[in-house]
Design a protein around this ligand. Sequence first.
Ligand SMILES: [Zn+2]
Length: 182
Amino acid sequence: MVVQRFPKMNFMTAIDDLVAQNGASIKAHGHRIMPTEPSLQLAVLTCMDSRIDLFGALGLKLGEAHLVRNAGGIASDDAIRSLLLSQWLLGTRSIMVIHHTRCGLETFDESALQDEITNELHVKPPFRFGAFADVEEDTRLTVRTLRESPFLSDAEVRGFVYDVDDGELREVIVPYSNFLKP
Ligand SMILES: [Zn+2]
């Protein structure tokens, strides 16, 4: 079954162009053997949005942090899987949650989209999409979910909202509760 909601662009051309540009970047990269463990002991969980350049916005460099991205930057099972591996095997401790303004997940209703897709494709998605109405509230929810996950260190999980229009990062304060992990 082919899901086709938008006019088809010439995707092969876009991918071919990117592959060609890799050739130009090899020289700048040079031959470097970097450790697999991120040097800042940091993982960032954020949205897949095409307007967020984490390296530019945070001044990050290669080898410094794990970047876990999904639609919305939500604490899905798969995000927690990645963060658990990041901490357990590769020594990260801090988690930075970055949601952002004008996110695609603010533009639809969860159950309406579930129904639409189920009706069109005749199969019900076995996951939530994570639609939200308030980006700050959803950032708090994601931070709390990670802090309370029995699989993750609660040493430091902080939340932020990134403004895709002016590039500013703003912290969303989430007080630590007295919740104790088992
Ligand atoms: Zn987004």
